[in-house]
Design a protein around this ligand. Structure first.
Ligand SMILES: Cc1ncc(COP(=O)(O)OP(=O)(O)O)c(N)n1
Ligand code: 3NM
Ligand code: MG
Length: 424
């Protein structure tokens, strides 16, 4: 992604930009947030929008009672300020309580404070005295779309749009009385576009993970086309996450298989598109454009993996006891594998934490947890009874006479259970 610092907006008079920098991102991408993190050191410590610190409000001729002609402008500024602040708070709540994302939360909170600082330079008593909620003809105007909010991210996205509109209104009308405030509002408005891009981009992968029940581990197959065919049939059968796990392949072949798998998954209709995870290799996952990587207790630590796949990459961690599961959650894993549960045809183990471990995880952890190890349609009910509604399997599907049929049967059993069973 490329972005530019605009110090003199050619299309507007110098005065409009004299005091402020506007940061405009040309092509917001999923990595906007990580770039912003890189860019932040050059911004003022206490603000995301590089603007002069708020000057204390000094009496000016404007502090005389507002001229009748300005009364309506103060009403607009007061209402739009409240709308923008409420919108930023709504985004912050989503980032903090739904996404558990500290950077996104901090970004929204800082913009709310930047907006308050910009308004601190306006005479507050004029804004309050112009407020006339009972006389506001707009309070009863409702549209049908305002009542439709299908998901938490839809709420946050609608809040971002409302916030941008309110900030644009402030930016234009404040020029009537305090033109020097307009560039500060413009800089905040551009930051809300970055927020909106991050909400959109991050939530799609996170929401698909949150809704995932059936996770299949597959090998690289004999060719890219054979792998693509496997991906198509398992996605159609309802597999939510595909993990490319093939210890036989050299790096070059694993990379090529992952590239082919990434392209195949991208061509699948959104409603049936599985997440694509690479086993062990964060470098290959990142280089090939997969959705993420799965690492065991002996692979790179999560912090190192996160640096490779970036803040938007999905990172799963294998866990074999409650302590490892709790540590993975503390480290910021997006999901965990919990096993081995039963004897596996794919990998041998000396110890089996089994169903007891699953019960502990179901009671004490909040991130998505996939039971793994020897699970198939004959014993999956025992897993579900522990309170874990998600499973990761290999042989139950790949060694079945009809892998898509085995996948569909497992998915049908899993779909009967809520993903968010109450913790007993
Ligand atoms: C979903 C899921 N859970 C656990 C594992 C096991 O990963 P790991 O311990 O790294 O062992 P290998 O798969 O590398 O043999 C997994 N791959 N996926
Ligand atoms: C790769 C792997 N890891 C496990 C763990 O417990 O960490 S169990 C396992 C094998 C999963 O294959 P199947 O479904 O055929 O048993
Ligand atoms: Mg591994």
């Amino acid at each position: 992604m490329r972005f530019e610092i605009i110090t003199h907006c050619g299309r507007r008079s110098d005065s409009a930009c004299r005091n402020g920098f506007a940061y405009r991102y040309n092509t917001p991408t999923l990595h906007t947030r990580s770039l912003l993190a890189d860019f932040r050191p050059s911004l003022q410590a206490d603000s995301l929008t590089a603007v002069p610190p708020p000057q204390p409000h000094r009496p000016t001729p404007q502090d005389a009672p507002p001229a009748a002609a300005d009364y309506g402008v103060y009403r607009i500024l007061d209402a739009s300020y409240n709308r923008a602040s409420e919108g930023l708070r709504t985004i912050e709540d989503y980032a903090r309580f739904v996404r558990n994302d500290p950077a996104l939360s901090r970004h929204a909170k800082q913009l709310r404070h930047d907006l308050a600082a910009a308004f601190a330079t306006l005479p507050r008593q004029h804004l309050l005295s112009a407020r006339d909620t009972p006389g506001d003809v707009g309070t009863t105007i409702q549209t049908a779309s305002e009542q439709i909010r299908p998901s938490a991210v839809a709420v946050a996205t609608a809040a971002a749009a409302r916030c941008q509109q309110a900030l644009r209104s402030i930016e234009e009308y404040v020029k009537c009385i305090y033109p020097e405030v307009a560039p500060r509002i413009e800089a905040i408005r551009y930051q809300t576009y970055t927020l909106e891009a991050a909400l959109q981009g991050l939530s799609q992968a996170a929401e698909r993970l949150a809704g995932a029940r059936l996770y299949a581990l597959i090998e690289g197959g004999e060719s890219n086309e054979a792998l693509a065919q496997t991906i198509r049939t398992l996605a159609t059968a309802g597999v939510d996450i595909l993990q490319l796990r093939d210890k036989r392949l050299d790096d070059r072949t694993l990379y090529e298989r992952t590239r082919a798998a990434t392209a195949e998954v991208a061509a699948i209709d959104t409603a049936q598109r599985p997440l694509l995870i690479v086993n062990d290799r964060a470098d290959i996952a990142a280089a090939a454009g997969a959705d993420g990587v799965h690492v065991g207790q002996e692979e790179l630590p999560l912090a190192a993996v996160r640096r490779i796949v970036g803040p938007d990459g999905i990172v799963g961690v294998s866990t074999h006891n409650l302590s490892q599961a709790q540590q993975a959650q503390r480290d910021g894993a997006d999901y965990i594998g919990c096993g081995p549960t039963f004897t596996s045809r794919t990998k041998s183990f000396a110890e089996f934490p089994g169903l007891e471990f699953l019960k502990q995880v179901a009671k004490q952890l909040s991130l998505p947890a996939f039971a793994i190890g020897g699970i198939d349609a004959t014993n999956v009910d025992q897993v579900l009874a522990t309170g874990i509604p998600r499973v990761a399997v290999s042989a139950a599907i790949t060694a079945a006479e009809s892998p898509p049929q085995a996948a569909a049967e497992l998915k049908q059993i899993l779909s009967k259970w809520s993903l968010f069973a109450p913790r007993t």
